[in-house]
Design a binder for this molecule. Structure first.
Ligand SMILES: [Zn+2]
Length: 488
């Protein structure tokens, strides 16, 4: 399979070369890239599950609803990046994170090690070795695959406790985001103590308070381990669509990381928008748009810094893979798009599930009683003017009623219908509501998992042109590593 794929990519490269394209990814085929001078401030932003459809649905929604586009789509350098793993055409976040962080292909589920299990050096570790300050920020738990690829070395991305121990042992200067998934080592044979206690024993200042985080500056004592005060599903930050004023946003974490890391030897900062992937797995397009905007706001913090340090800053933005098979067209809406219809949704799939689960406990709860909730949170209407585009059709209502019955415990399905194809592993009613709303907006989904679609890589600032061609995800680390050498 792998040889076949290499052959296929070589053919693509040859075709592009004939067409006059620069095909550096396949021309250099893992060899050294053109030497470049180090850059003092290097940012790498990774949208988990963010490919071109996620960027374009948000861009178009923002243009229609808010009369503005995405900053990341306006960057001067734009390229396309392949994502496949060593042993899978469709990658996972561990293999793709390792490729982006370390510059080597590895197997599905492997983190910071090659297919033989040998540790790989990440661009963050190299920057740290070179005397730069290093920061890792994410909207999901800090032990998750994408952040982990920059500090951990483990053939199992699910070995959360030992991944957390690798985080502490990295000695990196700033960690900010969600919490940990195995804080007390319930799934490990070798227990060294509670993750936060071990971090403090190793000199980390643990911050769980917004006011305290906001006081950080370049003179603050470190290293810092900052965790959002309000955590949502899987110890991640709340979804952007559910954010409250007291929450710490991805942009807040990014801004404070910059303030804290700024120093004469330069820094490397990786920021992950981790929940883009999660809302794509759940096929929730409105939540995708909110996550993308929150991610773009975080990039804007780096961009504002770059404008003050134009000769010393590089910002690279990429995705690790596509999730959901998001399609910017739907058979039911033909050539028309109605993305503005997504603005009626004001809650994530997971928060709606919390509302729904509370209602389910009421004795005489029925689909008719669920309808006002669907209207309140998603704008879909069951009564009123037939011409109203938010009116649910008879067939759409049937789909939601069947999903409601299944959510309420009725496991029967019409013959030939596979519940996994309809709902994935998600709550049937919630999934059917977002499918109906998304289809009304002219958006479709083909999967509840990742797809092999290439992603877009964008860059701004010093050496941005290094990222403007068709690359492989391993090329990102190969290009970044010479840029995090010592400045002087
Ligand atoms: Zn991912």
């Amino acid at each position: 399979m792998l040889n076949f794929r290499r052959g296929m990519w070589a053919a693509v490269a040859a075709t592009m070369a004939l067409a006059g394209w620069t095909s550096s990814a396949y021309a250099d085929n893992g060899e050294a890239v053109k030497p470049v001078k180090p850059v003092k401030y290097v940012f790498l932003f990774i949208g988990d599950g963010m490919s071109i459809p996620q960027r374009m649905v948000t861009e178009q929604y923002q243009k229609v609803v808010n009369d503005k586009g995405l900053l990341i789509n306006a960057f001067e350098s734009q390229g396309v990046t392949t994502t496949y793993a060593a042993n899978h055409f469709i990658t996972d976040s561990a293999a793709s994170g390792t490729a982006i962080a370390c510059g080597s292909k590895t197997n599905f589920g492997y983190l910071g090690v090659d297919p033989a299990g040998k540790p790989l050096e990440s661009v963050a570790e190299l920057a740290h070795k070179n005397g730069r300050k290093v920061g890792i920020v994410t909207s999901v738990s800090l032990d998750h695959a994408t952040p982990g690829a920059f500090y951990a070395h483990n053939a199992s991305r699910g070995d959360y406790y030992n991944i957390a121990m690798d985080l502490i042992n990295s000695g990196f200067d700033f960690f900010g985001g969600g919490g940990f998934l195995d804080e007390n080592g319930k799934n490990t044979k070798e227990f060294h103590g509670n993750v936060f206690e071990v971090a403090e024993e190793n000199g980390y200042h643990v911050i769980r308070d917004k006011a305290q985080l906001m006081t950080l500056n370049s003179k603050s004592a470190g290293p810092v381990l900052a965790v959002a005060p309000r955590l949502a599903d899987s110890n991640a930050l709340p979804y952007a669509i559910d954010t409250r004023p007291e929450d710490i946003s991805l942009a807040d974490f990014t801004r404070k990381a910059i303030d804290f890391l700024d120093n004469d030897n330069g820094f490397f900062l990786m920021v992950e928008g981790g929940k883009i992937d999660w809302v794509c797995h759940a096929n929730d397009a409105a939540a995708v748009i909110h996550e993308l905007c929150a991610f773009d706001d975080a990039v804007n913090e780096a961009y504002q810094f770059a404008r003050q340090h134009p000769d010393d800053t590089l910002i690279v933005v990429t995705g690790d893979h596509e999730t959901g098979g998001l399609a910017l067209g739907f058979a039911g809406t033909a050539y028309s798009s109605y993305l503005e219809r997504l603005q009626h949704q004001n809650i994530s799939f997971i928060e709606f599930l919390n509302v729904f689960n509370a209602k389910k406990k009421e004795a005489d709860f029925s689909f008719d009683k669920a309808k006002p909730l669907i209207t309140e949170y998603f704008g879909l209407k069951f009564d009123g003017d037939e011409q109203d585009p938010m009116m649910v059709s008879a067939i759409e209502e049937q789909k939601m009623q069947a999903a409601f019955n299944r959510s309420m415990g009725d496991q029967s399905m019409p013959s030939g219908q596979d519940p996994h194809l309809l709902y994935g592993g998600y709550d049937p009613l919630t999934g059917s509501i977002t499918h109906v709303l998304n289809n009304k907006a002219g958006v479709g989904w083909t999967s509840f998992d990742h797809t092999a679609l290439p992603v877009a890589t964008s860059a701004y600032g010093k050496n941005a042109e290094s990222f403007s061609s068709m690359l492989d995800n391993t090329d990102i680390a190969k290009r970044l590593k010479p840029m995090v050498e010592k400045i002087n």
